[in-house]
Design a protein. Structure first.
Ligand code: TPP
Ligand code: TPP
Ligand code: MG
Ligand code: MG
Lengths: 324, 359, 359, 324
């Protein structure tokens, strides 16, 4: 069926809840309102207020309560309304979600999936454009997943919900309704911890995820017109990272670039560049470039375009690297 | 007066009834010009708000949080504040901004999507809009501590919604204020909703005001559609703050008459009848009836006021829209006091990119 | 009974006076063996605690948080819990652990610095020690929601100190519990200090119990050195939770008789006289006097109990110390359900390093 | 005068408070108790309860209140008792401390200095060994400073307190009392944003900070015995980072290594390695190695040594790199 990413997410949530009655959704406005992006639309009516819980406005309690649910064998799927509002829950996530398995040597695990819209490009108010995924990638125990299409969203969300590990599932706001895609009705999983080569090319590897995948694709098409064949890796799971796929590609192409919308410094691009430097140094024909947001706060709507990496900025870096 | 209305006993301060009559013995005794000025401020607020909604529909504004129905809360509170007092606002405080003298064009400029609009004029003690719900509350307590340390005879006000009272920051802030008896007034606009979540699902406490019991200072619930009640309670609380008598929690009981923001559709979670029921209690109507009863208002004055307000608004929109856009430098210049070399290099590179793209 | 003691009126539930006499009409009617078992548990708790302090001084233990004075709170609460109930503890809950059957050697093992000691036996519903203050509270509420969803007739207990009540998590958790009327019991051990900060500087509320007013459910203050009062209040609150009557906040008013931890020197912030004053109210002494009054206890039984406790403790220490240290694999194996290749590579590399170093 | 790092910090706080009555200290147990590490010992007695404030146990309010104080022109120096307890304040730090200057185009600035003990190596309970500095380094607007000696602590803390930007001042718990050093009595500043070459060498550059400096020094001495001369850069300010000093050194030595105690993935080592790859690729005789904590939670005391990078692990990496 043809559907948008937000519809694919909605469908997946419904199917997973039908399959497994341990799954509980909770968050702000997820119930009667169906979520501010309608990701949980209809679930309250279908599954009732005990499984689709409109919580008070309290992010730390949303995640804390989700943890407590796992103690009794449930598999909560809390929603944080925007990634910019996940910080009040940071202590619960970093101190407990990520660590309870280790702390108790496996007695208590935390199989929850925290869903949250993320990323810029939709001209929103401050705090509604965050992409601080690298904060979570440096916390041992967490898994961070980002889909870049409706099809991937369905398969990755199902896999996240079924995972025994806690997952931060980041949904690129910009892609929620950007395209429709044919998405199978039957449930399916896409493997976590595995990157996908979504475009093959021999000259240069671009590593990206989420809303930067369409940007990279556009740049790749333009580059192809210049005779440069770009290979695009959609990371899908940001951590634990599929370094082998990245390294193998760069060994083939000899050139690498990371595109992400987070600020450059200490963004995930740093880890990817460092990994390539560690494992493919001798294959490199030039530095690993990072095309990213600037090291500033995402500007308000009028100036957002100056921040957000677009195909032109990627293409420019491609040219710089090819000429290196 | 605040102590006379115990929220734990379900008491709520109301001075003006829905017909516009003031309850004897409670009337704060505002002068005629003061009353008229308040009404004018409320009408201006509503005009500014309606225009903002229109601009948003036309794509000339970003997502906007309507203010409809909150005019008495905001103008009642702001008109009780005095020069020197500080405001730590939330995102639905238009009438406070206007009453305290924040330039309307600046306010529009912000909602049009330019940070420059949040550059409070140096003469005003207004912190920027806090979007992360509740986060301004502990900040206001720190300002209260600072005011006391500096021996300034001022009060510090934080405003927030009913939803904000569920956040940890509400609790940590009020608790700290209680411990240090800071000169704070915590003003909760209980408009019955946090987006779609009704007040009854936000907390099991019968009132928000009674939460003050947890912090060892008084709380009072007032009719938030009754500007005299709001003003009277605010004035007393502000006086107490300034006079070293510690903080107060005021719950203004009102209703969010519009959608949460322009991205919201409140028809999904509440009935038209409920909204209509509250239209009867419109705060503007109530003060207008009161003014009419006192012979201070008529249709002609109303028409003149509407025209004046519209004119002011149109001028401010024109001014805001005529302002030049932020420069690229603006976006980079305020991250640090002095721009680090890396960031300067990013700025240069971006300018080079723009230059190339322009060619 | 809980509703009969209103914290807002300064009422506190006490059943045993300092001489060990029980107040008629309030006595929870425990059987003689039950009373004796409680006393035995309290003495064991104290013996375990004293040994831990000794081991710490000898360098055989890490930093340790003494439990002295909290025995009535802990044993009184735990003895009211029934199989199936859950505990979300904090870091000063020895008597709860012991009464609920947590293996003492495991507990020692944890404080000796090995995570294996936090692997709760599968038969026990005890979450691990929460060190970030207050963070266990919202977790316990989630467990309460889960219990209700699963239709389990159980209660969920969270314990915490007076200091914890200032954290946002306390507020967010209790507020959520109120909204959903979860089967929770929130048990605050008000021992008058959060490290050096006295209770009066922690909050301006006259009692912790009255904070329940903010959440729409009952709160009660009990004498935390009176095991009968603790037990009676806990039993009622637990019953209410199990029977769908919603949550309760219990404030156990007691005193931290020791230093905060072995890293602390409480002489810096409180007087010896104050400590001595509280020694008179020792919770063990009070129950022992009560038992003696009832003819259930004498010096001989006391001697036997002390000996038995010491023996148990020595055995547990020996067992904990005899356990093999964590393997390197243990440190890596529990970060994810399945070890990612990177981490496996780090583990291999570290083993290679250890191998080289051993050569 | 000969003093430990914690004494140097204490002295600096006293002197700065004497110099500038806008400076206020607040936090848990900082007053009568003098701080759990005695860093604020005697200040309560000297400056009174309005300037040395024992707060309730509420980290978000401690930072939030500090922000509010800056609105009225004060310069608070809040203490978070351990870095592991800074997460409840994360929202205040990331959403406000870092951004108020930009949000208000310079009208409101936040000249505060958040002090917190950090790092492992002292056999503590869980959450008392955190070194999550890279979380803060990825937030535009923050400055992160770490001293590695009593002398540096004094000069860097004074400079941090006097800075117009918000500073996260991380005090390596392991070094608090590790050594005594001669520290001038008169106040002085060491420049922020500038790294220090604390040992010169021609063969290999080690970038480190805080408690890893003594570790690197020990390794360097051992390496010198093998004829390898290591240059050690003490980063001092982790962000904004002094990349020029790093790059210049690596261009000279041709080999680089980062040593930090945080987990490897997305630690600050990634950013440093990425920077070196970007700016000194052609000078590199081998990959930039990272000797770091493992990607696990810092173990409890009995096993902590397996986590913490020591001179032997550094030395091993030095040998690997020299043989590359
Ligand atoms: C920490 C945080 N969480 C979530 C949001 C998203 N959000 C914006 S407004 C709002 C509801 C606020 O309700 P209330 O406090 O009652 O204020 P009102 O909008 O009714 O005036 C929510 C959930 C946010 N801005 N900040
Ligand atoms: C979030 C957090 N902040 C600070 C600390 C450091 N700390 C450990 S115990 C403690 C005091 C706790 O006091 P209280 O809650 O009254 O419990 P008590 O120790 O008195 O039993 C503090 C501040 C911590 N563990 N967690
Ligand atoms: Mg509201
Ligand atoms: Mg305490």
């Amino acid at each position: 069926m043809n559907m948008t990413m937000v519809q694919a997410i909605n469908r997946t949530l419904a199917q997973e809840m039908e399959r497994d009655d341990r799954i509980i959704i909770l968050g702000e406005d997820v119930g009667r309102d169906g979520g501010v992006f309608r990701a949980t639309d209809g679930l309250f009516e279908a599954f009732g207020p005990e499984r689709v819980i409109d919580t008070p406005l309290a992010e730390s309690a949303i995640i804390g309560a989700s943890i407590g649910m796992t103690a009794l064998g449930l598999r909560p799927v809390p929603e944080i309304q925007f990634m910019g509002f996940i910080y009040p829950a940071f202590n619960q996530i970093i101190s407990h979600v990520a660590r309870l398995r280790n702390r108790t040597r496996g007695r208590f695990t935390v199989p929850l999936t925290i869903r949250t819209p993320y990323g810029a490009g939709v001209k929103a108010l401050e705090h509604h454009s965050e992409s601080t995924e690298a904060l979570f990638c440096q916390v041992p125990g967490l898994t961070v997943v980002v889909p870049s299409s409706p099809y991937d969203a369905k398969g990755l969300l199902a896999a996240s919900i079924r995972s025994e590990d806690p997952v931060i599932f980041l949904e690129p706001t910009k892609l929620y309704r950007a395209e429709k895609q044919d998405v199978p009705e039957d449930p399916y999983e896409l493997p976590l911890r595995r990157a996908a080569v979504v475009r093959e090319g021999k000259d240069l590897t671009v590593v990206a995820w989420g809303a930067m995948i369409p940007v990279a694709r556009k740049a790749a098409e333009a580059a192809a017109a210049d005779g440069v064949e770009i290979e695009i890796i959609d990371l899908r799971t940001l951590c634990p990272m599929d370094r082998d796929t990245i390294v193998a590609s760069v060994k083939r192409t000899g050139r690498a670039m990371v595109v992400h919308e987070a600020p450059k410094t200490c963004g995930l691009g740093a880890e990817i560049a460092a990994t390539i430097g560690e494992r493919a140094l001798l294959s490199l024909n030039g530095p690993v470039l990072r095309v990213t947001g600037h090291d500033i706060t995402v500007p308000l709507p009028k100036s957002e375009d100056h921040y957000y990496p677009g195909p032109e900025r990627v293409l420019r870096a491609v040219r710089q690297l090819m000429e290196y | 007066m605040i102590e006379r209305f115990d929220p734990l006993k379900g008491e709520r301060l109301q001075i003006l009834d829905e017909k516009g009559s003031a309850r004897a013995g409670l009337d704060p005794g505002l002068s005629d010009p003061e009353l008229r000025a308040m009404y004018e401020r409320m009408v201006l607020t509503r005009t500014v708000d309606a225009k903002a909604l229109k601009l948003q529909r036309q794509g000339r504004f970003g997502t906007y949080a309507s203010n409809l129905g909150h005019e008495a809360c905001q103008v009642g509170l702001a008109s009780a504040m005095t020069k020197g007092d500080w405001l730590f606002p939330y995102f639905r405080d238009l009438g406070l901004y206007l009453t305290l003298g924040y330039p309307l064009a600046d306010h529009y400029h912000f909602w049009m999507g330019n940070e420059a609009g949040l550059r409070t004029p140096d003469s005003l003690n207004i912190y920027p809009v806090a979007i992360p719900v509740g986060s301004q509350i502990p900040q206001s307590v720190g300002a209260g501590l600072a005011a006391r340390y500096r021996k300034l005879p001022i009060a510090v006000v934080a405003t927030f919604g009913d939803g904000a009272t569920s956040e940890g920051d509400f609790h940590e802030g009020l608790n700290m204020a209680g411990v240090f008896r800071t000169p704070n007034v915590f003003f909760c606009v209980n408009n019955q909703f946090a987006i779609s979540v009704p007040r009854a699902k936000q907390t099991a406490a019968a009132t928000i005001a009674q939460k003050a019991a947890a912090y060892g200072f008084p709380g009072v619930q007032v009719d938030g559609n009754d500007i005299l009640a709001v003003h009277a309670a605010a004035r007393e609380a502000l006086d107490n703050a300034r006079n070293g008598k510690g903080p107060t929690l005021i719950e203004a009981y009102t209703y969010r008459m519009g959608d949460h923001t322009t991205s919201d559709d409140s028809g999904r979670y509440r009935t038209k009848e409920e909204v209509r029921e509250w239209e009867r209690r419109d705060p503007l109507l109530r003060l207008r009836l009161h003014l009419e009863k006192k012979g201070l208002w008529d249709a002609k004055l109303e028409k003149e006021l509407q025209d004046r307000s519209t004119e002011l608004v149109e001028k401010a929109v024109a001014e805001a829209e005529a302002r030049p856009p932020a420069t690229v430098e603006d976006l980079f210049a305020y991250t640090y006091a002095e721009m680090p070399p890396d960031l300067a290099a990013q700025l240069e590179d971006h300018k080079a990119f723009l230059g190339e793209a322009a060619r």
